[in-house]
Design a protein around this ligand. Structure first.
Ligand SMILES: O=C(O)[C@H](O)COP(=O)(O)O
Length: 329
């Protein structure tokens, strides 16, 4: 197979050089297009970040001026990716895919540990899949965050959900972190493998066939999604909804799944369809990227001995941590 790099978001491919004004215009245009496409409360999820409030108020719709002001203000943002902690079906070695299975006790602990690892990294917005294992992971991780803001799930499924979820205190909003749930970040649909035991499936169909289903780029499991199909929705969502937040300086955490995150990492690290085959993600281990001048730079996982290195990389992160230290003394 010829290794190639799929292009999900051709108009947003990052330049390895400084972000030129031309590219920046394209990116602003993209953000505006995304605003135009959005309607009702979906709109507020995107513009909330531009309005400098911490939680999108489903009713208020800040003006375009607010948006361009904040676009000018920031040029660096953190992006944390976390695969959910161990689920009850991970523990049983069952193909899970789109089935909505909660965490085990070990998964809960992994999520808390992940929270400790990222407790000094700013988080302004959280994106999770619509599946409980990713949402539990995000919420449990945030219980450890030194910022001590409250993650609040935005509900925009209908007008009543939007209206009934309003917050009437600006101060409380500032102490909150909006959590956007999106099915596009769900684990890939594993088709007729869902609920089957992975080892038994190997015994029945052979190691090679099962490996092809699990790790090839474009071969789907029976009636399921290939990684390419999963990438199509997950990376498109990342480009349309999450990248615009990073452009305006919002620090984002994504809690999702092995394969939806593999496809996003493929995009961020510009991996080929061959390279992504060997990319494996452990449950509950956060990865940090810095988005600066139109580029994503991987900092690795801010854990143990590498933590000092992570903070040494950017002045902004170091300052943030210092501020947290001062506040807690
Ligand atoms: O859906 C599943 O079963 C796992 O979360 C991911 O499985 P994989 O490692 O077989 O892709």
């Amino acid at each position: 197979m010829i290794a190639s790099r799929p292009s999900f978001c051709p108009d947003l491919r990052r330049s390895s050089v400084r972000l030129s004004s031309e590219v920046f215009k394209v990116k602003i245009g993209r953000l505006e297009r995304s605003l135009c496409r959005s309607s009702g409360n979906k709109l507020s999820a995107v513009i909330a970040s531009a309005s400098q409030t911490s939680v999108s108020d489903p009713i208020s719709t800040p003006s375009r001026n607010d948006l361009s002001d904040s676009l000018k203000k920031s040029n660096e943002a953190s992006l944390i990716l976390i695969r959910h902690g161990e689920s009850l079906w991970n523990e049983k070695n069952l193909f899970t895919g789109s089935v909505d299975v909660p965490l085990t006790k070990k998964g809960v602990e992994e999520a808390i540990q992940a929270g400790k690892r990222i407790s000094n990294i700013p988080v302004d917005m959280i994106y999770t899949s619509s599946l409980i294992r990713a949402q539990m992971t995000a919420m449990l991780a945030m219980t450890e965050h030194r910022q001590q803001k409250v993650p609040i799930i935005l509900h925009d499924e209908n007008e009543r959900a939007r209206t009934w979820g309003r917050i009437f205190s600006e101060e409380t909003k500032k102490q909150s972190i909006p959590v956007v749930t999106a099915w596009q970040l769900n684990e890939r649909m594993y088709g007729e493998l869902q609920g089957l035991n992975k080892q038994e499936t190997v015994e029945r169909y052979g190691k090679e066939q099962v490996h092809e289903w699990r790790r090839s780029y474009d071969i789907p499991p029976p009636n399921g999604e290939s990684l390419a199909m999963c990438a199509q929705r997950a990376v498109t969502y990342f480009c349309d909804e999450i990248e615009p937040q990073l452009f305006i300086g919002k620090n984002v955490m994504i809690a999702a799944h092995g394969n939806s995150l593999r496809s996003i990492i493929m995009y961020l690290d510009k991996l080929t369809t061959q390279e992504v085959i060997s990319l494996e993600l452990s449950t509950g281990v956060p990865l940090l990227y810095i988005f600066k001048e139109g580029r994503f730079v991987r900092r690795g996982s801010p854990v143990g001995p590498t933590e000092a290195g992570v903070y040494a990389y950017t002045g902004k992160l170091a300052q943030y941590r210092q501020k947290l230290d001062e506040m807690s003394h």
